[in-house]
Structure formats: structure tokens, C-alpha cells
Design a protein around this ligand. Structure first.
Ligand code: PLP
Length: 284
């Protein structure tokens, strides 16, 4: 792969970052993952806006202009000949040359890393046909989940717990209510009402969540932005999750309880199809 590091495109084996980089020592870094279909970026303005917000919440200087971020992404797609897959982008506070809790002086430049991950099954994901089985776990992350930082160990541990339990994913709960998935936002559907937790510092403001809500509204569903419990989710007609890498994926079992007949529901399937069609059309 040809990857990007601080202004240079180079083979992945030659891309080296300092051991003193704050991203490495303190997870002092934010990231974005943008999907690519037909060699074009899905919902890129949304990812760019959230990147700007994450950086600003942490007082990390945004090192590039919007147009440069776009060129960088397009250049990686072209250099790697990728038609379908993901682009991972990370900005850390940079390398102050030593370890210190205090933020370094403003002249320390942020470190920018980006690379492609080629996939051929983003749109034709077999899990869209089978549905996902999930378990719930206590949310043990920090209280600013709206900032997309690389502190991913709790999510990593939860994914391993899901794997050990023989299921596909984990949903986090807090104070008896579902927050979100390990790397996704979650939705339930009951009698034509689409229910999802409202935006706050408790969850990541998903780019796919926003698009899915817009499309669901246009399709005539009643949107209810409120938190729900696992009990309520288990009694729902349908459930699904959203993320840039999985789009809209049906959930068919929660903590061992099947939803409906245990097959992906019609609304989840429709929303996935509409999302992919719309996003392909608007890709850049
Ligand atoms: N919630 C969390 C914790 C995530 O890590 C992600 C994506 O990685 C999402 C939600 C979904 O966000 P998006 O749709 O912007 O990918």
C-alpha cells in the first residue's frame, strides 16, 4: 500500500512515527473512517465537519484545509487503485520530543496519517442478509464519546467479549439504557416509529446515523430521538445499526432473544438499499 504521512506519500513499510508521538503515548489523537464505493468518497463533507469538531474540542490545530483533505483522500484512492473500501485518517497532537502530560507548545505540528483498506464486500455484505446477533455490555468508556478519539480499548474489549460469546457485536448500556454499539449507532423500530438515542456527549454523532434519519424521515417513518432499554429493543419489530463501514446492518438477536421471526426486517432492508443508492449518487 501507498500511505500518507505528514505531506508525503510512501510505501507503508517506510512510514515511521516517533515513539514520543502523543498519539502513541497518550491516545492524544482523533480519527475518521470514510467508505469508498466506485472509487468515490461516501458522505465526505460529514466526516470533514466531524473531524474539525473533534480537533477543536481537543484544541488540536486542524493542519489542512477542506480542499487539501479531499485531495489527500482522492490521491490515496488513485495511488492504490481502490474501488471499494475504507480510508482511515488520524491526526495526533504530534511529537513534542519527550513525554509530558501538558500539551506541547503551539509550534509542534500535528501528525497526520492516512491509509486505505481495500474491501470488496461493503455494499454486498453477507451480514445484511443474515442479520447480526448482539449482546449487551456495560459501557465502560469515558464521558466525551462525542469526540472521535483513538482511545478504543473499551470497544476492542467489548468486541472480543462478543466474539467469545459467539455473536457478532456488542451494544453498550448505561443506567439501564442503550448508548450505542462498539463502533456504530443503534436503532429500533416499533409500529412505524424509528427510535434512536438523541445526540449528546454520551454517543458519537454518527455520520451514517444522520443520513439514515434523514432518509427514514423522507420514507415516512416517525422519528423518536430518545434512549431505550434492552427490554424495549428485544420487544421491537426490527433493529439495526449504522456506521460508515457497515452502512445500515439489521440486528436480529439481542442477548439471546430473537426479534420477530429472527430474519432481517423489511424496513431495515429498505433503508440499507436506499442509503447505498443515495450515497452512491452523492459520492465525490
Ligand atoms: N459510534 C461509535 C462508538 C463509533 O466508533 C462509530 C464509528 O466508528 C459510530 C458510532 C458510527 O459513526 P459513523 O456513522 O460516523 O461511522
Amino acid at each position: 500500500r501507498i500511505v500518507y504521512l505528514d505531506g508525503t506519500y510512501l510505501p507503508e513499510t517506510e512510514a515511521k512515527v516517533s515513539i514520543f508521538d502523543r498519539g502513541f503515548l497518550m491516545a492524544d489523537a482523533v480519527y475518521e473512517v470514510t467508505s469508498v464505493l466506485d472509487g468515490r468518497l461516501i458522505d465526505f463533507p460529514g466526516h470533514l465537519a466531524r473531524l474539525g469538531r473533534s480537533l477543536s474540542e481537543l484544541s488540536i490545530r486542524n493542519p489542512l484545509q477542506d480542499q487539501d483533505w479531499l485531495e489527500l483522500h482522492r490521491s490515496l484512492i488513485a495511488r492504490n487503485g481502490m474501488s471499494e473500501g475504507l480510508i482511515y485518517l488520524q491526526v495526533s497532537r504530534g511529537n513534542p520530543g519527550d513525554r509530558d502530560f501538558a500539551y506541547p507548545a503551539a509550534d509542534v505540528a500535528p501528525t497526520v496519517v492516512a491509509f486505505t483498506q481495500s474491501k470488496n464486500n461493503l455494499a454486498a455484505n453477507p451480514q445484511a442478509e443474515t442479520g447480526l446477533r448482539v449482546i449487551s455490555l456495560p459501557d465502560m468508556r469515558w464521558v466525551r464519546r462525542d469526540i472521535k478519539t483513538v482511545q478504543l480499548l473499551p470497544s476492542s474489549m467489548a468486541k472480543m467479549a462478543a466474539k467469545a460469546a459467539g455473536v457478532d457485536e456488542a451494544w453498550f448500556t448505561e443506567a439501564g439504557l442503550v448508548t450505542e454499539g462498539t463502533s456504530s449507532n443503534v436503532f429500533i423500530l416499533k409500529a412505524g416509529h424509528l427510535i434512536t438515542r438523541p445526540l449528546s456527549q454520551d454517543i458519537l454523532h454518527g455520520i451514517t446515523r444522520r443520513a439514515a434519519l434523514r432518509l427514514a424521515d423522507e420514507a415516512g417513518l416517525v422519528i423518536e430521538e430518545r434512549a431505550f432499554s434492552i427490554d424495549e429493543a428485544q420487544a421491537a419489530d426490527e433493529a439495526f445499526l449504522t456506521s460508515a463501514s457497515s452502512f445500515v446492518l439489521p440486528v436480529t438477536e439481542i442477548d439471546g432473544i430473537r426479534l420477530g421471526d429472527g430474519k432481517p426486517g423489511p424496513v431495515s432492508r429498505d433503508l440499507r438499499r436506499i442509503y447505498i443508492e443515495e450515497m452512491r449518487r452523492a459520492a465525490m
